[in-house]
Design a protein around this ligand. Structure first.
Ligand SMILES: *[C@@H]1O[C@H](CO)[C@@H](O)[C@H](O)[C@H]1NC(C)=O
Ligand SMILES: *[C@@H]1O[C@H](CO)[C@@H](O)[C@H](O)[C@H]1NC(C)=O
Ligand SMILES: *[C@@H]1O[C@H](CO)[C@@H](O)[C@H](O)[C@H]1NC(C)=O
Ligand SMILES: *[C@@H]1O[C@H](CO)[C@@H](O)[C@H](O)[C@H]1NC(C)=O
Length: 579
């Protein structure tokens, strides 16, 4: 800065005044200046971080608070040093692709990732169908509260509870559904329980994948909605306890861990982890890194994705078991888009979306796998030509014409891909597969799908599909409703809403009991559905949430441009690079 002569004269005068002051007065003035400077530094430098941990006093303002902050309040996590993933990965870390190159110096870099602008409201149901879904939710919640409060699941018929991990699963899993539905009282109860009673110091083995998608995902999602740091603190504690799973020889995580001792191990019944489990934790751990600015979570899960990326596959299709010690697939394991394979494919797509489409190998692997599905697994039934996705037992040879209900997530994923610019051909496949999934419901007298359906490929038979009695149960699963929501969002075709409504009516008719909803053992006989006395947490977390979203007349209730929804229906923000 250039001083003008006048400034110079002023400066001299000032110095004379200063020297004339008493020593005591001088040091007082100096202290004031120093303190003021420190306060200024605090606000200018630290304030953005402080706002992240700002406790929601707004918590009490629900439901007016049941709305999003505008963009000025959005988190702006800043990474410090982000090393590449040691050794295993020779290619430049894909984290690099998101950096702000202007800030790069000495191999350290910072980058800011801002979620898109979210400013819509969750102000409760607006359509008659949504109101019915909220009623169903309240009915389920009431039974859970009365007989199972604080436990994982409600057993509505025996009027008791079931504990799996002992983590109050139903509460943590459904608190964001509650929030989206605008249920004030239920939200307060759930938040209060989580704050006071959800502790992770439990001497019990838990499954890394299940706890990640349900508990970590649930906490992160509600944290994004409310900015209440109580949830974030719990999420960090949980994730830190889960991290030792990744300390295997290969970096492929062990499937189970004791949250108290933090000892991880392979499942008791097998030396291998499930492929879909180790590849369906990335959205959640990455999100936590992006919120906290601590890259360790993202690094651990990114490494898993990278290892799998480099393994040999069958046209993008993966065997369903992988060994945590060797980092290799189990030879001759089944290839399926159902149990133990399903969400590997889902998270390739969703991770690519979550990171602002910045990581190419995820998209490439996804596209290759869908081509692999079309080549190896996609068939059409006799006589009516219904498209379905079968399985390859042993990873080769003849197709088994069997499809898990779990596979009915695929139409939704395919549709979502096209929304983000992937080939339109995928949308046509999605619509075809959705029509088949719908038939797995519609052809049962209960109008509810079984867990597994077999399809006919033989000319001499007249039925397109059949169900074995061991597979005839319905666990209140969400996958097809999820697909209907995506398809409706993407096509505007209200047929998908009507299909969802028919299914909802069937749930009401055959699974609703006095104290909640129950899985049933048999969808093939309306007079003998055989209630199984179990209300899974995903019924509240996913099935009812997707129904509520499906029946909304606001296409931006959960905007697909802003959120990517994890495999347990917990929305997480899409991160866009800020440059
Ligand atoms: C971890 O939890 C299991 C219960 O699932 C318990 O039996 C075991 O003793 C715990 N492990 C250790 C090392 O304490
Ligand atoms: C947040 O503030 C409320 C009251 O304003 C308090 O009851 C609660 O304990 C605080 N939570 C955290 C995590 O600081
Ligand atoms: C669906 O409707 C929305 C507006 O409601 C419109 O922006 C969008 O282009 C429509 N999509 C299709 C596929 O027709
Ligand atoms: C809506 O979807 C249904 C089921 O796929 C289809 O039969 C119908 O033709 C579609 N309607 C429109 C207007 O595209």
């Amino acid at each position: 800065m250039n001083y003008s002569p006048i400034d110079n004269i002023k400066t001299k005068k000032l110095r004379r005044h200063w020297n004339g002051l008493s020593k005591c007065l001088r040091s007082s003035v100096l202290s004031v200046i120093i303190i003021t400077t420190l306060i200024c530094i605090y606000f200018y430098l630290l304030h953005p971080i402080v706002t992240i941990s700002k406790n929601g006093t707004e918590k009490n303002e629900i439901p007016s608070q049941l709305m999003k902050k505008d963009s000025s309040n959005i988190l702006r996590p800043v990474f410090g040093d982000v090393p590449g993933v040691d050794g295993v990965i020779e290619e430049p870390s894909d984290i690099d692709t998101l950096e702000n190159s202007n800030d790069r110096s000495n191999n350290n870099y910072r980058h800011e990732l801002i979620p898109a602008n979210r400013n819509h409201k969750f102000s409760g149901p607006t359509t008659a169908r949504q109101k019915s879904v909220v009623k169903a939710f309240k009915h389920a919640w009431k039974g859970y509260k009365r007989f199972a409060w604080g436990h994982d699941h409600l057993k509505p018929i025996s009027e008791t509870y079931h504990d799996w991990f002992g983590l109050g699963l139903t509460i943590v899993d459904s608190i964001d559904t509650i929030y989206i539905m605008g249920l004030k009282e239920e939200y307060e109860e759930a938040r209060d329980w989580i704050e006071k009673h959800l502790h992770f110091d439990v001497n019990r083995d838990v499954n890394l994948f299940e706890v990640t998608i349900r508990v970590l995902g649930g906490l992160l999602s509600i944290h994004h909605f409310t900015k209440d740091t109580m949830f974030l603190t719990k999420a960090i504690d949980l994730a830190d306890r889960l991290l030792p799973c990744f300390e295997s020889e290969s970096g492929i995580p062990y499937s189970d861990i004791n949250l108290s001792t933090r000892q991880s191990h392979a499942p008791k019944w097998s030396p291998d982890s499930s492929t879909s489990e180790v590849t369906t934790i990335q959205l959640e751990f990455r999100d936590l890194s992006r919120i906290t600015g601590d890259p360790k979570y993202e690094i651990a899960v990114e490494k898993v994705s990278m290892i799998i990326h480099k393994l040999e596959k069958k046209d993008g299709l993966v065997p369903i078991f992988i060994n945590a010690n060797t980092g290799q697939f189990r030879s001759y394991a089944t290839i399926t888009l159902g149990a133990r394979g399903d969400s590997y494919y889902e998270y390739l797509l969703k991770q690519w979306i979550q990171t602002g489409k910045a990581i190419d190998y995820l998209k490439d692997d996804y596209l290759e796998s869908i081509a692999g599905v079309e080549k190896h697994l996609l068939r059409r039934t006799v006589p009516n030509g219904l498209a379905f996705v079968g399985e390859l037992p042993g990873g080769r040879g003849e197709l088994k014409p069997k499809m898990d209900h779990l596979t009915c997530y695929l139409p939704g994923a395919l549709a979502l891909g096209t929304r983000h610019g992937l080939p339109e051909r995928h949308l046509r496949l999605a619509e075809e597969l959705a029509a088949t999934c719908y038939q797995t419901y519609a052809q049962q007298p209960t109008f509810l799908a079984p867990e597994i359906t077999y399809f006919n490929l033989q000319a001499e038979k007249s039925q397109d599909m059949y169900v074995k009695s061991n597979d005839a149960h319905n666990l209140l699963r969400p996958e097809f409703i999820e697909s209907l929501w995506y398809l409706y969002q993407i096509t505007n075709n209200s047929t998908y809403q009507d299909w969802g409504w028919r299914i909802f009516e069937a749930f009401e008719k055959y699974t609703r009991v006095v104290n909640g909803y129950t899985s049933i053992g048999n969808v093939k006989n309306t007079a003998m559905v055989r209630p199984k006395d179990m209300m899974e947490s995903f019924f509240l977390s996913e099935t009812l949430k997707y129904l509520y979203l499906l029946f909304s007349d606001d296409p931006k209730l959960i905007d697909l441009e802003e959120y990517v929804v994890n495999t347990e229906a917990h929305p997480l923000p899409i991160m866009y690079s800020n440059n």
